[in-house]
Write a protein that binds this ligand. Structure first.
Ligand SMILES: *Cc1c(COP(=O)(O)O)cnc(C)c1O
Length: 387
């Protein structure tokens, strides 16, 4: 497998982790490509996770846009409420079939921790999730959910006591335990082979959407739109369309309007973080910046390395939606279509509406609705109560 996407990606890790990553790559290329693995993964995605997800023509949203048809790829209907389960089950099954008995993960908002704990319960594996104490306090319901699923949540009280520190602890654990343990990374990022492996597990989204669109309309859509946190739901939708004449748009979180989590459209620069070379946000002192967005899932200072390459090549265009645009889209989709989207996905919906207007009738867009908004209802109610 290639370690780089152009000049991005790579394996910027201590010597002690290189062996673990080599072993993982080997498992992925052997076990992960075997017929037995693919059949079992397909079965679990169908019978447990709820695939295939529908491709839904949102007629009222389309009418509101007044231009291109807007289709929604309904990843929000999956078990645990988002696309994250595609990758969690993929990696957990790979680990189990490669002889591992324990999963570790790190989580900020808790969504990836819940997906990992779910996959561990499904496959009968031990599960430890690292989480900063600040995040533990903020995300109490998800902490309980993970424990309910049989996982152990390990508090990280060092540094800024958030996701960054939890990642460091998870890497330390993995270095010492990789003979029995798999480190389940939640987005298309980190050292090689994670970005490619996670992309492949999420590509089920684009493969399904391609077939469903061809059946509904014939041909391929004119544009694809997805939100970009680490970039896994976006690359999962885009990847199977890369060789088609389709425009692609990744939507970053503009935060309160000052481009706070916009790495590709904002002030990001190439650098090295969490084992990869990619675009990331630094502060004036060259430290990793504190990002901010209304949606926790888009609030990461770096982006998956293949997105950095797509941006430089111009293959994918990156845009921003800010907090208030996302909140408007959150309401609009709920009222018009009866679908409460995750705040992350609401960023994609907000951008798609503008795009649809500009494209005009006779064209079509697929928007990846990466998750459902139940987790965000309380948060939105509170911030709107404050206003
Ligand atoms: C985690 C999450 C995201 C962001 O992650 P990506 O890897 O960029 O897809 C987006 N939407 C939802 C619903 C999420 O839970």
């Amino acid at each position: 497998m290639k370690k780089y996407f152009g000049k991005f990606g790579g394996q910027f890790v201590p010597e002690t982790l290189v062996m673990a990553l080599q072993q993982l790559e080997h498992s992925y290329l052997t076990v992960g490509k075997s017929r037995k693995f693919r059949q079992e993964l397909g079965r679990l995605l169908r019978t447990y996770a709820g695939r295939p997800t529908p491709l839904y023509l949102a007629k009222k949203l389309t009418a509101r846009g007044g231009g291109a048809k807007i289709y929604l790829k309904r990843e929000d209907l999956l078990h645990t409420g988002a696309h994250k389960i595609n990758n969690a089950i993929g990696q957990a099954l790979l680990a189990k079939m490669s002889g591992k008995r324990r999963l570790i993960a790190e989580t900020g908002a808790g969504q990836h921790g819940v997906a990992t704990a779910t996959a561990a319960a499904l496959l009968g594996m031990e599960c430890d999730v690292y989480m900063g104490s600040v995040d533990i306090a903020r995300q109490a319901p998800n902490v309980y959910r993970m424990e309910l699923l049989g996982a152990r949540v390990i508090e990280v009280a060092s540094g800024s006591r958030t996701l960054k520190d939890a990642i460091n602890e998870a890497m330390r654990d993995y270095t010492a335990s990789f003979e029995t343990t798999h480190y389940l990374i939640g987005s298309a990022l980190g050292p090689h082979p994670y970005p490619a492996m996670v992309r492949d597990f999420q590509s089920v989204i684009g493969k399904e959407a391609k077939g469903q669109f061809a059946a509904a309309e014939g041909g391929v859509p004119d544009a694809l739109v997805a939100c970009v946190g680490g970039g896994s739901n976006a690359i999962g939708l885009f990847f199977p369309f890369l060789n088609e004449k389709v425009k692609m748009y990744g939507v970053e979180a503009g935060g309160d309007g000052n481009g706070h989590a916009a790495r590709l459209t904002g002030k990001g620069k190439p650098g090295v973080l969490h084992g990869m070379k990619t675009y990331l946000l630094e502060d004036r002192h060259g430290q990793i910046a504190d990002t901010h967005s209304v949606s926790a899932g888009l609030d990461y200072p770096a982006v998956g390395p293949q997105h950095s390459l797509f941006m430089e090549q111009g293959r994918v265009k990156y845009a921003e939606a800010d907090d208030s645009e996302a909140l408007s889209a959150f309401h609009l989709l709920s009222e018009l279509e009866g679908i409460v989207p995750a705040l992350e996905s609401a960023h994609a919906v907000a951008f798609a509406l503008k795009l649809a207007r500009g494209m005009g009738r006779g064209k079509s867009i697929i928007v990846n609705l990466s998750g459902r908004g139940d987790k965000d209802v309380d948060h939105v109610r509170k911030i709107e109560g404050e206003r």
